[in-house]
Design a protein around this ligand. Sequence first.
Ligand SMILES: [Zn+2]
Length: 79
Amino acid sequence: MVKKCIVCEEEAKYKIKDTSDYYCEECAKENFADIDLLVKVEEVAKQLKEFLKKKMQHMGKGEEEEKQDKEEILNAQDN
Ligand SMILES: [Zn+2]
């Protein structure tokens, strides 16, 4: 899922911690003197991958649980 910059709608490379505000590199630099305030979307994707990997290691789950897991993942993407 590609996140878009909330300013210019280019592909977002950064996101503000604990929010759903996404910025491309250019707008991030323009709006924030310190981009350490922002997390790289790549990093978030990496964390999500780790999360999925852990989930995959748990076998023999019921369908209802799997559905819940998907919702968790979606929530993780929005945060
Ligand atoms: Zn932008």
